[in-house]
Design a protein around this ligand. Structure first.
Ligand SMILES: Nc1ncnc2c1ncn2[C@@H]1O[C@H](COP(=O)(O)OP(=O)(O)OP(=O)(O)O)[C@@H](O)[C@H]1O
Ligand SMILES: [Mg+2]
Length: 372
């Protein structure tokens, strides 16, 4: 009977064939397979397959090429779109005078992504750095303008007074009594002294702020310096009925700082304490030793500083607006100088005060052993 089963010639295929055992009777020697038109069928099948495959192959190639072209175009579009966005952002940033890159470019989701992602990330980083620099420059420029305005105002006042008195002396020459002449000359001299002090303070601060000062650090005992500086002010303190005292521990550790500049800090703080403490008051320089630092406090029983002035006393030209006479002759530079000097030393100055009770300025200096 014809059956469908494994092809006797190729067991991977199925074929229709008839099969009988050989011989029919007796011991079995083998099988007789009869496959009708087996070889012809195979030829036809192969031919059909070849003819069928050829166009199929062409279709596959064409389809593949189409997919590849489409894919390429899409990838190209994706790449150029991002590049175009980047170039638009760059143009806008440039037109904006490098002022603000914000909102121009969304940060790429994956900064560790492909080259364009990394390029965008680098652009964003560069843009925000440039913006920060530009803002700092603009701020410095504004500060410089304010500084110039303040300087010219502060110099003009004593200069105008000086000129006024000298002109009066010239105009009224011969008509003024010797006492009047003496008074006028005294005032003119005071104004010129005021000018000299102001100009030298301005130079000092300008030098400190432009970092033209290089620290000349050395090891010294702050206690000794405190005693020396206090000695210089003792006479004028007595004249103003002020008690100027020190409280320095024995054998205080050496500090590592610029002795000349720290002397300027002490002078400015003592000058202030004396200026703003009425007669009968006390001014103390108190030193405390800490493990890595030495702390110095300059404390007075003077007028104190009101709360709203306190955060500004270290600003240059700030003279505690409401309480002090603007033309008192003080430049409002002393504490700015103190702060700049201490900041060059990597340390800071702090202030506590209560109105009518007194003020304390404190700063710390590192000990030489802590710096080693
Ligand atoms: N010990 C103090 N007691 C009360 N007020 C003070 C004291 N020290 C500073 N001030 C206030 O802080 C302001 C700023 O002080 P700063 O030393 O900078 O300037 P100044 O003393 O006015 O002028 P300059 O020191 O340049 O001659 C002062 O004008 C004053 O109002
Ligand atoms: Mg001062």
């Amino acid at each position: 009977m014809p059956i469908v089963d494994d092809d006797p010639l190729d067991q991977k295929r199925k074929k229709i064939f008839s099969v009988a055992p050989l011989p029919r009777d007796g011991p079995l020697h083998g099988y007789l397979y009869v496959v009708l038109e087996g070889a012809t069928q195979d030829d036809i099948a192969q031919m059909l397959q070849r003819d069928y495959l050829k166009p199929l192959g062409l279709w596959v190639i064409a389809g593949g090429a189409l997919v590849a072209i489409l894919g390429g175009l899409l990838t190209f579009a994706a790449l150029t779109r991002r590049m175009k966005r980047l170039s638009i952002a760059l143009d806008a940033f440039q037109r904006n005078d490098f002022a603000s890159p914000q909102g121009l470019l969304p940060l790429p989701a994956n900064p560790a992504g492909d080259e364009i992602d990394r390029l965008t990330a680098a652009f964003n980083q560069m843009a925000s750095r440039l913006t920060a620099h530009m803002q700092a420059l603009q701020q410095t420029d504004q500060l410089r303008q304010e500084f110039l305005a303040n300087v010219s105002h502060d110099l003009r006042t004593p200069l105008a007074a000086l000129r006024g008195y000298l002109e009066t002396l010239l105009l009224k020459e011969g008509t003024l009594s010797p006492q009047e002449q003496h008074n006028y000359l005294e005032i003119a001299t005071k104004q010129s002294e005021r000018l000299t002090i102001m100009v030298s303070k301005l130079f000092e601060l300008a030098k400190l702020n432009t970092k033209q000062v290089t620290l000349n650090r050395e090891s010294f005992q702050l206690g000794d310096l405190v005693e020396d500086v206090v000695q210089k002010f003792q006479l004028s303190a007595e004249k103003r009925s002020l008690e100027l005292y020190t409280d320095v521990p024995e054998n205080d550790p050496f500090v590592f700082a610029d002795i000349g500049l720290i002397e300027r800090v002490l002078e400015n703080l003592i000058e202030n304490a004396m200026r703003y403490t009425p007669p009968g008051g006390k001014i103390g320089l108190i030193m405390t030793v800490e493990p890595q630092h030495v702390m110095l406090q300059v404390t007075d029983t003077g007028s104190g500083i009101v709360g709203e002035d306190l955060p500004h006393v270290f600003d240059r030209f700030y003279r505690g607006g409401r309480t002090q006479d603007q033309d008192s002759g003080n430049a409002g530079l002393g504490l700015a100088i103190v702060k700049s000097i201490l900041s060059l030393h990597g340390t800071d100055v702090t202030v506590t005060s209560s109105k009518g009770r007194g003020t304390t300025f404190s700063f710390k200096l590192p000990t030489t052993s802590a710096m080693a």
